[in-house]
Design a protein. Structure first.
Length: 329
């Protein structure tokens, strides 16, 4: 039995039957060739988007592939090949220190590089898919394959690698194209406000602004176990949104440009009175209603009970089903 407590930011105390780490493509392929990759198996990153609801009676795999190397470069762009096991924010910091533009809005997101390409992480107007050019993988048969970004089927917090049929495809390296000239994405209101006194933004000042915003709104997993946003923001048709707007004229929304409208789930949850509410050892975070937290000693089922209650309230009040972003195992 192997404790998964240090491998999930929700701080759920569960075990796996086996836990295996590998530090290179060759080591992973050798492990597979020896027939050691047996079902059931689960590949994890830093466990910052997972909720374990019981012990895992199988093999948990984790990549320790490190490294950030330049694979292509001209006057304007540089492409970096980054190991799946690199801590995401270490990669962001590397880019900020080396004058690579593009990834700074994704500062302080927990997790690792491999999962960034699976989950298509995003924040403050930037998504991983905007920077990714290629995703290198090894599958359960030990075959290597690289997917160009247009083959990854990227959408909001989604990719081909998240589908059940691709469970046996493991990301080994991700290639990111970054700018060498200063171009920033400062259209997000909170970011503009945070930088209001800053005349000429730099990579460091933008990173600091993002870090400050996140620290204000999001709980530190070292203090309160959590997995960031628990739910995805729902997308509704323009028609449906018009009906909702008549009932709730102040409903915040974001027009996706294809007729559909994204609504912040945090607002829906707060309007249902859940912000800061406690249910057993779990709670809705008092500064950001989209985040569920472990008050200490919660089991996965306690978090699920809270999630179900919140989801039912939102469904009753608005007729909208908010779906968890977190993977429940
Ligand atoms: N809001 C409320 N009450 C709340 C929280 C939010 O009314 O308690 C409303 C406000 O109107 C606010 C709006 O929701 O203006 C948006 O809130 P926020 O900027 O905090 O963003 P979010 O939609 O709640 C998403 C991502 C975050 C990402 C931020 C910033 C998802 C599921 N979440 O949150 O990503 O950091 O935008 O871009 O898309 C994550 O995925 O784990 C994550 C933290």
């Amino acid at each position: 039995m192997y404790s998964l407590l240090p491998h999930n930011t929700f701080g759920i105390d569960v075990n796996a039957a086996r836990f295996v780490e590998y530090a290179s493509i060759d080591a992973l392929k050798a492990f597979i060739a020896r027939g050691e990759l047996t079902a059931p198996y689960l590949h994890i990153g830093a466990g910052s988007n997972l909720l374990f609801t019981k012990d895992y009676e199988g093999l948990v795999l984790h990549s320790r592939i490190e490294g950030i190397e330049v694979v292509e470069e001209d006057e304007r762009w540089v492409t970096l090949r980054v190991g799946a096991g690199v801590v995401w924010d270490d990669f962001v910091l590397h880019c900020v220190r080396h004058g690579r533009y593009g990834v700074e809005n994704l500062s302080l997101i927990p997790g690792e590089v491999g999962a960034s390409a699976v989950q298509n992480i995003g924040a403050y107007g930037v998504e991983a898919k905007d920077l990714i050019t290629l995703v290198e993988t090894v599958d359960v048969w030990g075959e290597e394959r690289a997917y160009r970004v247009d083959e990854c089927q990227y959408r909001y917090r989604d990719s081909r690698f998240k589908r059940a049929e691709n469970k046996g495809v493991f990301v080994t390296y991700v290639h990111f194209r970054l700018g060498k000239l200063p171009v920033f994405h400062l259209e997000y209101g909170a970011v503009r406000q945070q930088l209001a006194d800053c005349h000429e933004p730099t990579l460091s000042t933008v990173r600091q602004a993002i870090v400050d915003i996140r620290r204000q709104k999001l709980p530190d997993p070292a203090e309160w176990g959590n997995a960031g946003s628990f739910f995805m923001n729902p997308v509704v048709s323009g028609e449906r949104f018009e009906t909702l707007r008549q009932a709730y004229p102040d409903m915040p929304h974001y027009d996706l440009g294809d007729g559909s409208v994204k609504i912040p789930a945090g607002w829906l949850i707060e309007r249902c009175g859940w912000k800061g509410r406690v249910l057993g050892p779990a709670a809705v975070y008092h500064r950001q209603a989209l985040v569920l937290i472990n008050l200490g000693g919660a089991k996965g089922s306690d978090i699920v009970a809270l999630s179900d209650a919140v989801r039912a309230s939102v469904r009753d009040a608005f007729g909208i089903d908010i779906r968890p972003e977190v993977n429940m195992i």
